[in-house]
Ligand binder design. Sequence first.
Ligand code: AKB
Length: 317
Amino acid sequence: MSEKILVIGANGQIGTELVTALRAVHGAAQVIACDINDPGYAIRHSGPFEFSNVLDKENLHHIFDKHQPTQVYLLAAMLSATGEQKPKLAWDLNMTGLLNILDYAVEFKVGKVFWPSSIAVFGTHSPQYHTPQYCVMDPNTVYGFSKLAGERWCEYYHNKYGVDVRSIRYPGLIGWRASPGGGTTDYAVHIFHEAIKKGSYQSFLSADTELPMMYMDDAIRATLELMDAPAEKLTIRSSYNLAGISFTPRTLAEEIKKHLPGFEMSYADNDPRQAIADSWPKSIDDSYSAKDWGWKIEFDLPRMTEDMLSNLKRVYG
Ligand code: AKB
């Protein structure tokens, strides 16, 4: 049976790359990119697009009715740093948006739903190193506890209504095709752009702030592999830990200097994102992902750095 796939929040950092990957696998006409904003050139010219607002249930109903999707990827969300500036809106967007999609997944008998969670579900009392799948979770950002509540809703809709919902707790994601929007891990993308454009970068996180990150190619592959995994193999319907690579701003700067020897890094003081980063894990244990659906990372720090720089050099000419 051919799939009909809705990607909601298609213009964002993950959506831009996921739409391209899904269109390559399933054919452009089968993947409907949806976003509240005008799409970029690549998305508009490579297949169908619908304006959608996850908080507008009527508009969503129309889109589900028109396309009768077999799979839905819900990527529209407010991230950690922006969420702290607009806490009520972040809660509403992240929570009501998810519940609207889960309701329509039941009503329209959608085959599979993907929804991203985050390392932000962990908090200051979670183990900081090799943070396990199951442990104390006391997130202190609106983004973090909306993701944690969302995980519980996903598991609930799976158990109660049989929705085949699948989810990953993404680490910070690093890619060259699209910019991140309002996260605590965004420095690890901006640094590459500034290194090429200006030869210097001021990190808003301190030199030794270690966080789990992942190259976008690995993140997209993980998403597609999880969505392709046989349902009976999946033992987790809240969200799977995914480890990625852990590094600090200092280590990343050193890696960039191997390619751009003149690159200069400085560090800002008192950025509010520091406290968020300090409450998150430094590394993740993703053994459930390896066991249940065979997950294996491919990009380490040197390989990711080389790939980012060579692609961005091409982009900036
Ligand atoms: C953020 O920094 O808010 C996101 C995330 C780790 O979920 N990139």
